[in-house]
Design a binder for this molecule. Structure first.
Ligand SMILES: Cc1cc2nc3c(=O)[nH]c(=O)nc-3n(C[C@H](O)[C@H](O)[C@H](O)COP(=O)(O)OP(=O)(O)OC[C@H]3O[C@@H](n4cnc5c(N)ncnc54)[C@H](O)[C@@H]3O)c2cc1C
Length: 399
């Protein structure tokens, strides 16, 4: 006899992807029963999610800062300012997102978020998918797996940042975001500063590197400290830190696919290959998945990348791999040569043919033409600890 399923849908991991889907399903009046497993016992303010959207949208209640200007600058400090009428770069604080999603889930009799439970082995069995967990075994009809996993990637974005505060103004204009500041590159790849002013006296400052391999966190922390000292911020209070390693342009997964199990979130291709942005893509996937489940159909993974975007991103990352020392030149060419609206559409998955034409005409041709017919090259999957987006630490107010 086939054993009874514990839940039609089990979601492994309640980070951005798992919680977004669970909260959306929880807000509906009907839908399948869902169990969501998450090893954390409590959420911390461990990351900031930013994206471009018009001022008002369905997630406006979660946005705590908006900026109408974002900047790019080179190593000499030459700055390009971008604005798009009606559009803002928006910031969702991790802790606000987690609290809101948990509140929605708590109201639902059908969505069961189990904190402190770690998922282990997952296997296709007769009657569904069996999930071993730290609290016993579950049988599901379908599983969505958002746990970080090792995969080949074309490039790694490694970064570490701090939220800073001091009693007198910080050296940032609170009206604008430093999207890619002090852009520079060498044979290891690109490096730049990302700064989100949260008020005159408070800001998040991040140090980012793009490279063929993940960069060790200690090294990034040392470089961030140097940067902060150079900015006269060594004595600012460190409220919290965040950081991670994002795999850009995924290749083969180390683990083979399992019937009835859908990878989702970063592990399922949520990150945009050319940029590492994933927040809005995860929102769109969760919306699509919710609609399918409400219609009584199976859950789905992230939609396949449209061919033009996939090809363009591959050539872009391949050109970066071939000439890491030229990466700053590429991004500065885009900042100078592509109208801000077109560049935002490109970064937000909405590029039109004219945007691609403008991007191509702005970039130096020879390194890109050389990659048109070249085979795609990946870096091997790093060890599990290095590939995982580093969970960030909590507040240094407590340190
Ligand atoms: C610090 C940081 C900042 C970012 N900022 C942006 C941004 O500004 N804009 C943007 O678009 N994208 C951003 N990203 C990229 C992307 O949006 C995030 O990585 C996002 O969190 C991905 O969601 P996810 O659900 O795939 O992964 P996560 O949010 O990391 O969730 C994975 C979950 O799986 C859980 N898990 C791990 N092991 C197990 C297990 N054995 N069993 C069950 N659960 C398990 C983890 O605890 C975690 O909760 C950022 C990424 C990071 C790391």
């Amino acid at each position: 006899m086939t054993p009874a399923v514990d839940a039609p849908l089990v979601v492994l991991g309640a980070g951005l992807a798992g919680l977004t889907l669970a909260a959306r399903l929880a807000r509906e009046r009907s839908g399948p029963r869902v169990v969501v497993l998450e090893p954390r016992t409590a959420y911390q303010d461990d990351r900031s999610w930013c994206f471009w959207r018009p001022e008002q949208h369905d997630l406006s209640h979660l946005v705590s800062q908006r900026w109408k200007t974002w900047t790019f600058s080179d190593a000499a400090g030459v700055t390009v300012r971008h604005q798009v009428p009606g559009l803002a770069y928006q910031y969702v604080r991790g802790s606000d997102f987690y609290a809101s999603a948990q509140a929605d889930i708590a109201e639902s009799p059908r969505v069961d978020l189990r904190l402190g439970v770690r998922a282990g082995t997952v296997a296709a069995v007769s009657g569904g998918v069996r999930v071993e967990t730290s609290e016993g075994t579950l049988l599901a009809c379908q599983v969505i797996d958002t746990r970080p996993r090792a995969a080949e990637a074309m490039l790694y974005q490694s970064f570490v940042g701090v939220e800073l505060e001091r009693d007198h103004p910080l050296p940032f204009d609170p009206r604008e975001v430093t999207l890619m500041g002090s852009l520079a590159a060498d044979s290891e790849g690109l490096r730049f500063v990302y700064a989100l002013p949260l008020g005159p006296n408070r800001a998040i400052v991040e140090w980012t590197r793009f490279g063929l391999v993940p960069i060790n966190r200690e090294r990034l922390v040392g470089e961030l400290d140097q940067l902060l000292t150079g900015l006269g911020l060594a004595d600012a209070r460190r409220v919290r830190t965040e950081g991670g390693v994002l795999a850009m342009g995924l290749g083969r997964q180390a683990a083979p696919p399992i019937a009835g199990v859908l990878p989702a979130g970063n592990a399922g291709g949520a990150l945009r290959a050319a940029s590492g942005y994933g927040f809005l893509r995860i929102q769109r996937w969760a919306q699509l998945c919710t609609e399918r489940l409400l219609a009584g159909r199976e859950a789905v993974g992230h939609p396949e990348e449209p061919r033009l975007r996939r090809t363009f991103d591959r050539i872009f990352l391949q050109a970066v791999r071939a000439h890491p020392e030229r990466t700053a030149e590429y991004f500065l060419a885009l900042a100078h040569g592509v109208p801000p609206a077109g560049l935002v559409r490109f970064l937000s998955d909405g590029a039109r043919a004219a945007d691609y034409a403008r991007i191509i005409s702005s970039l130096p041709w020879s390194p890109f033409i050389a990659q048109l017919a070249a085979p795609t090259v990946f870096s091997p999957a790093p060890t599990a600890t290095a590939a995982t987006a580093t969970p960030s630490t909590s507040t240094s107010a407590k340190r």
